[in-house]
Write a protein that binds this ligand. Sequence first.
Ligand SMILES: [Ca+2]
Length: 296
Amino acid sequence: MYVFAILLISLLASWNHNNVLYWKNFSYNLIIIINIVITNLIITFIIIIIIIIIIITTTNTTTTTTIIIITTSSSSTSIFLNIISLSIASIVHTGAAVFAMATFDELRKRTKQMSEKVAKLTGVEESIALNVIMYAKNLTSPSNPDVIDKLVFIAQLCTRFGMSSLFFIDIIFASMKGKSCSHLKLEEYVRMICVFLSSDISVKIEYVFNCYDIHQDGRLDQREAHALLMSSIIMSSDDQDNDDQVKDLIDIVMAMTDINSDGVITLEEFAGFVQGNILCIELLGSVLPQQSYVDK
Ligand SMILES: [Ca+2]
């Protein structure tokens, strides 16, 4: 009964799962069951031998009967306990494996969904997105596998992508994580790297615009342009001189991009300008890595 019960549980666990690990689990349980059967056959054989020896060597009928009863009952108890313990071990193993496989399947499904989503958003191939996910997973901590720590993010952008301005790394981080979230999700980090790898210029334009949009209100105003330009230009020792230079630059930028002259730059205006002047994509500061770092 136990043997069939375990076989049935293992078979049910393996059913509908075209997964080699499920079948490994099933074969593992089969080995346990064969082990139970062989062990108990050997024990039964030994008991029969002992009983035959006792019958042959003992003349006293009462003593013989008593020894047979004691031997048989203790051996039966031992066999019974043996079956029970191995059965429980097998059932627990099957349950744990089924749970682990379910988690494994769920993880694989989530990774696949993420790679599909990111590939669609950034225009990179799904296999590239998948590789980036695998790379990014190495950067997370086991206690928080869906989050990229800010210090890791800074270190990655500095060492892996050759960015040196903490101000710009900070606005990239803020832009990728979004206003409402306190931490950067793995998916957002993956999306950022896929933007770096993407050859779709409109994806890059939207990314740059969102980084520049410090207030995250969908438009660039003169305060944002001022903050960005102050951090990008090489400063002279005279503060008044710097401020005048930045104001002049803002005037130039606004004249080029603010088509309806309402004092703010929308994504459409920014995209319209950059599409015609692709080298000016980072006109307010560097938020994309140099191509040599992306090609590595
Ligand atoms: Ca405008």
